[in-house]
Design a binder for this molecule. Structure first.
Ligand code: SF4
Length: 342
């Protein structure tokens, strides 16, 4: 079950609803995605069917699936309206775009996996949000990026311009995603951890997942929460909750893992459990543990990558799951010994 929170985040009541559904109908875990969405897994068919309308009743999405699919295209700087250095009209632009996308008058269907970002810059530098269509505030003007193409636009023309580009993308579904042609972001994204701006407190979910009890703890603290595209949370008050890291020295910040065999039919190892076991031995290195060669959790290079196979882990140094292993057939204790030696 995928949930796209409102642009201004999740209320305590919505957190309680999600915690209750994850605990009683799902697998008790809530994943954070790289588009600032939430994913609940493990639902049976009937519970899954009821979820969307119940969630809509809580203000978590629209009951009409076509309008909801178009709403889900959109994400926004998670600090819009919070960070004084983020363009002041970022939230307004995003709301106007949301209203246009979800209008019953729109008849096109959202291209698969497409995304539209409204990036107001500021504490999180402009360009950090990656999407197929990117509205960026640069040097005092809004620009629309599609792949490598840049188009500066006046404020009034912004929303019609995005709609026109989206409608043409929808009718050319095989043209490929502009995101894959966009130049990479070369700046540094500041960590949103602890108190990073007045009234803003950041935390990162360990390997992008929070338990239902973690969500409940945030709700009990009456925090309002935004989910970031970096699998973290921005809250309006400090909250200590299970599965959340709020300090920069926690070695679990260096972990990436897919669900592995505990959440995916193709998984050949308990990836998250093994990653947590290895965390104290990393000495500053980044670790990616993948349940198979597909490498769903990350396409980026890591200092240490483990790929589960029938006969044990492949070990790859300074590479991705697609690179050649330096050793094969390792169990997690073998890997621990090698990490301690290196
Ligand atoms: S990498 Fe393999 S095991 Fe992990 S989530 Fe993807 S398909 Fe499943």
């Amino acid at each position: 079950m995928r949930v796209t929170p409102d642009l201004e985040g999740l209320s305590p009541a919505q957190l309680v609803f999600l915690a209750e559904r994850a605990a009683t109908r799902g697998n008790g875990r809530i994943s954070l995605t790289t588009r600032g969405n939430l994913q609940l897994r493990g639902f049976e068919e009937q519970a899954a069917k009821r979820f969307a309308s119940d969630a809509a009743g809580q203000g978590l999405g629209l009951a009409d699936p076509e309008r909801e699919a178009r709403r889900r295209l959109l994400f926004m700087s998670p600090l819009a309206g919070i960070d004084p250095a983020c363009a002041p009209d970022t939230l307004l632009v995003a709301r106007e775009l949301e209203a246009a996308l979800t209008s019953p008058q729109q008849s096109w269907q959202a291209p698969e996996k497409y995304s539209v970002a409204v990036d107001g810059g500021g504490f999180i530098p402009s360009g950090a949000l990656r999407a197929d269509l990117m509205l960026r505030h640069e040097d005092g003007v809004w620009c629309l990026y599609r792949g490598a193409e840049r188009h500066a636009s006046n404020r009034e023309a912004l929303v019609p311009l995005v709609l026109e580009r989206l409608a043409s993308s929808a009718s050319a579904a095989n043209a490929g995603r502009p995101l894959h042609q966009a130049p990479p972001f070369k700046g540094a994204i500041p960590r949103l951890l602890g108190a990073f701006l007045p009234g803003s407190f950041g935390a990162v979910a360990i390997m992008g997942e929070i338990s239902a009890s973690g969500f409940r703890a945030i709700a009990e603290a009456e925090a309002r929460v935004r989910v970031t595209p970096w699998r973290g949370l921005v809250m309006d008050r400090p909250v200590a909750a299970p599965d959340l890291i709020a300090g920069p020295s926690d070695p679990r910040l260096a972990l990436t893992a897919c669900p592995g065999r505990d959440g995916c039919g193709q998984g050949l190892a308990s990836t998250r459990q093994d990653a947590l076991f290895l965390a104290p031995f990393l000495k500053g290195r980044r670790l990616h543990v993948s349940g198979c060669a597909k490498g769903c959790a990350s396409r980026d290079s890591s200092d240490v990558t483990l790929v589960a196979r029938e006969g044990g882990y492949d070990l790859i140094c300074q590479g991705t799951t697609r690179d050649h292993p330096v050793e094969t057939g390792l169990d997690v204790e073998d890997v621990r010994r090698r990490l301690c030696r290196a």
